[in-house]
Design a protein around this ligand. Structure first.
Ligand SMILES: NC(=O)C1=CN([C@@H]2O[C@H](COP(=O)(O)OP(=O)(O)OC[C@H]3O[C@@H](n4cnc5c(N)ncnc54)[C@H](O)[C@@H]3O)[C@@H](O)[C@H]2O)[C@@H](O)CC1
Ligand SMILES: [K+]
Length: 554
């Protein structure tokens, strides 16, 4: 489990250590320097190898044709970092202090270090250490954006120490202008396939919302972030999370926060998913393993019914009841003969995939309304068979008439969440949701009572407890029908855990996050780096579950 700590939690945790004289900044800076040195060494050509010329790129002398290449990684070749160039971007706070002390270590290792002071006052001891190591310093009064950009282009690594846990809002000038210029040049280099230095963010990429993952202004995307003590929420949450690159957490001795009441930001790892999955025991039979009722697909869109059923079947449901018009159920049966198409008791519902919100299939709408009555408990348990958890997807999200319990999981993407919230009287657009996904997912949870699973490159799941942020899927998963498969997988996990989530509704979000992991891993396995269909994703689910349960996390 990855747990993220807010800026306040970090401060509270570090205070007793700092009071006791624990040299946190020294530990942080050493770890940062080690990581930068390792990265530079890995990325440089082995000593004595000629620098390759890269067509179309500008060299450090500004002439075309010579550039640093991203050399292919070759096992066993770890060239030293001596002679490499590093540019430090240094802000006013301790984040800049980390960068300065790390810069001093780098300089002592033979790296040519230039520190750009973006504030008139920076960490004094850090600056003294850097000067003592004979690094070059560009003062704030000498700052010229084009010159900083040229220095960055000539460097092997850029270390972003502008702001950290003390960051507030969009980066102000001159930091904002420098970062915008660097981010533009980096984007242009990436588009053209030309080299660009390795960017290491200190603690967080400067300018992100540390606690909420917002991106209120310019941010230089990092290749790596060296986080001190713990992840920060902004390293896990969209839209900021992808700007962090790969995250390395350095243990500075802060310990762990998480307890049963933890209501912060979490990311499940495979071990946590294994704890949610329920492998059948010798006494289990199909009814104890969980029966999933699927109301998905219409005559016009039968595929969604097939895919939702596929997700449920492949995730290991004891039984799938697929309900709908004959053109839908016959297709489901032809693909999944193990499903049944008659009603009866279920332990969870999957409602809505492939059902339009225009009321064009009265029969499916009626089935959805009936199931929703079982989920909300508005109808007597004698009629409905009792309250059960549910996945409420696509068209079913337009059929909500009553407040939902947390055991109901809404599964919108950003556009659907905007529609849902607009229907509830909030003025919000898809772009608003994309800019602040967690804020709107939380608003939707408050407004509906349901657990909200907001789909995206980073999927967030919000209930009454922790917020889960999962980034397990390759971008190839953005394909038609993928959401239907997820709904089916989640239906099965909820059915297998029905008794637990009914006893503790707050568990629903963790089960939902586990389904997101299974879905993402299945997509990665099926994709193998190439295109993937929703059917392929469903087919890969049994192998992924076997790997997760078997502790094989490769
Ligand atoms: N918590 C820990 O255990 C450790 C924390 N350390 C470092 O300390 C950092 C936090 O230090 P600080 O509290 O000094 O915070 P920052 O280093 O984020 O600096 C805050 C200062 O940056 C400026 N600033 C804030 N928002 C800005 C904006 N939008 N545009 C321009 N300037 C802005 C302000 O002058 C503010 O005083 C962490 O991120 C980490 O790098 C490490 O040194 C040691 C270990
Ligand atoms: K930073």
């Amino acid at each position: 489990m990855i747990e993220a700590w807010t800026a306040d939690e970090m401060r509270a945790a570090e205070k007793p250590l700092l009071d006791a004289g624990v040299p946190l900044m020294d530990r942080a800076a050493r770890a940062l320097a080690r990581t930068v040195l390792g990265d530079i060494a890995r990325r440089r050509p082995a000593a004595g190898m000629p620098r390759r010329r890269v067509a179309g790129s500008l060299g450090s002398d500004g002439l075309p044709g010579e550039g640093r290449v991203r050399p292919a990684r070759r096992a066993g070749t770890r060239a030293p970092a001596r002679g490499a160039a590093a540019l430090l971007l240094v802000g006013a706070g301790n984040n800049g202090g980390d960068a300065l002390f790390a810069g001093a270590h780098l300089a002592r290792e033979g790296v040519r270090v230039t520190a750009v002071l973006v504030a008139s006052e920076v960490h004094a001891a850090g600056l003294a250490a850097l000067r003592a190591a004979r690094a070059e310093v560009i003062e704030r009064s000498e700052l010229r954006v084009p010159a900083v950009v040229a220095r960055a282009e000539a460097a092997d690594a850029v270390v972003d120490g502008l702001t950290g846990a003390g960051s507030r809002g969009a980066l102000r000038p001159p930091a904002g202008g420098i970062v915008r210029a660097l981010a533009d040049v980096r984007a242009a280099a990436e588009a053209a396939g030309t080299p660009w230095p390795w960017v290491v963010a200190v603690d967080v990429p400067s300018g992100i919302g540390v606690d909420d993952g917002a991106v209120p202004g310019p941010v230089l995307p990092a290749d790596r972030t060296v986080a001190f003590g713990a992840y920060k929420p902004g390293l896990l949450l969209p839209p900021a999370a992808p700007l962090a690159g790969s995250v390395t957490v350095t243990d500075v001795g802060l310990g762990s926060l998480q307890g049963p009441q933890f209501a912060g930001t979490l990311r499940l790892e495979d071990d946590d998913v294994a704890a949610v999955l329920r492998a059948p025991g010798p006494r289990d039979h199909k009814y104890t393993r969980g029966v999933v009722g699927v109301v998905a697909g219409t005559e016009k869109f039968p595929g969604a019914g097939v895919l939702a059923a596929a997700g449920a079947v492949r995730a290991g449901a004891g039984l799938v009841r697929a309900l709908g018009p004959v053109p839908v159920t016959s297709q489901i049966l032809s693909r999944h003969p193990e499903a049944v198409t008659v009603g009866g008791r279920v332990q969870s519902w999957v409602l809505g995939p492939g059902i339009p919100s225009d009321g064009s299939d009265a029969g499916q709408d009626r089935r959805v309304y009936g199931a929703l009555a079982a989920v909300t408990g508005v109808l007597d348990a004698e009629v409905t068979g009792g309250v059960v958890p549910a996945v409420i997807d696509a068209g079913a999200m337009a059929m909500l008439e009553h407040r939902l319990p947390e055991i109901a999981v809404l599964t919108p993407h950003a556009g659907e969440l905007a529609t849902l919230m607009s229907g509830l009287g909030h003025e919000v657009t898809r772009a608003d949701v994309e800019a602040e996904p967690v804020r709107w997912a939380r608003a939707a949870h408050r407004a509906t009572g349901a657990t909200v699973l907001l789909k995206g490159a980073v999927t967030v799941v919000v209930g009454s407890g922790a917020t889960y942020a999962q980034a397990d899927a390759p971008a190839w998963l953005a394909t038609a029908g993928a959401g239907d498969v997820l709904a089916g997988i989640l239906g099965t996990l909820l059915a297998s855990r029905a008794a637990d989530v009914l006893a503790d509704h707050a568990l629903t979000s963790r089960v939902a996050a586990a389904a997101v992991v299974v879905h993402g891993r299945a997509a990665a396995l099926a994709s193998g780096g190439g295109p993937v269909t929703a059917s392929d994703v469903a087919d890969a689910v049994p192998r992924v579950i076997a790997r997760i349960l078997g502790g094989d996390h490769a």
